[in-house]
Design a binder for this molecule. Sequence first.
Ligand SMILES: [Mn+2]
Length: 429
Amino acid sequence: MAVAWDELIEREWRRSGPALQEDYDHLGRQLKRRGVDIAAIEARAAAFVVAVPSWGVATGGTRFARFAGPGEPRNVFEKIDDCHVINRLCCVTPDISLHIPWDEPDDPAALRSFAAVRGLTLGTTNSNTFEDQPGQAHSYKFGSLSHTEAAVREQAIAHNLHCMTLGERLGARAHSVWIGDGGNFPGQQHVRRALDRYLGSLHAIYDALPPGWRLFIEHKLYEPAFYSTVLNDWGVSYHCARELGPRAFSLVDFGHHAPNVNIEMIVARLIQFGKLGGFHFNDSQYGDDDLDAGSIKPFQLFLVFNELVAAEAEGVAGFDPCYMLDQSHNVTDPLESLMASAVEVQRAYVQACLVDREALDAYQERNDALMSLATLKQAFTTDVAPILAMARRARGGAIDPVAVYRESRYRQGLATERPAPLRRGAGIV
Ligand SMILES: [Mn+2]
């Protein structure tokens, strides 16, 4: 669907540019009083990158139902087109995380160049051994990499190796292992043996990791298994990453913890132990709700970035986290949710860049609890929207990505261009 983005963006600038400039200049003076150079912060905002998942541009669902929207992408090329619109407007998502086999291309080289001409890369592959594919020899109903039967484990290992071979042709640099292994009933699994089998399978995958690649594993306390999971928490994830070797890292998905778990503490510890691989951003009220990043607990998101920016500032060795959105958009236009979420994640990063670290260190040394929090709150309550908008503007993006997207009527155009048969049924993605 061809849209005259430049024209729309210029029209927006004529309409909203003067007010933005005024807000930006005012914020610049305010930050200067705090000893902060707004241009330097804007440069950091502009350098920030968060990947979007290929599967995220299609409408998600719950165990109850899925309500497909108009103009859904029908193949991976249309998904890349949608990802391009997101990055075109918010300028923060040039990388795509590809799910195999949902978005497996027949011709990897063609997909890679299709993405490249749109300024996009395909940085990570994600395996799927939590559902059966047509014609598959063995079922994953009772697990994959940790299955009791060696033949099932071997099939799951082979799929992961296939993902990495494909990823090399796509220009990827990391592989993320997805599993649904676990038990639905107490006693169903010998939990220690299941973990031993999982780790054995992971070793085979790790040994085949292409040069320069990183391997990511992701803990989750429940779902699809509802009583126990093989990689149930960050401790087990850390243990496995350490057992595997220096190129294996733990991912933190915001929805994969019990309510009230202090996620920023987990992040700090993984940084400290050199095993933080990156993030799957989303937000959660009860469990793995897959709500939009920053929609429920923006302060938590900020506190996580506070740990990340501190590690960056202190030059922690090997610190190089990979950021990705991992959400299921059930009631919104996925493109709008992804744009808004990318901006929320970038906002938390920029707010964390405003923390007066020297002052915070001094308050911490003096055990001044109240002023330590006040230092964080000063950064968190600063409205950095003008910085984010100017960073987008400088790179040809929109001041308000969602407003320009709606004005473009891109979605309405797709409804005609991509007629889809009515797909019933439930499903997370
Ligand atoms: Mn995830």
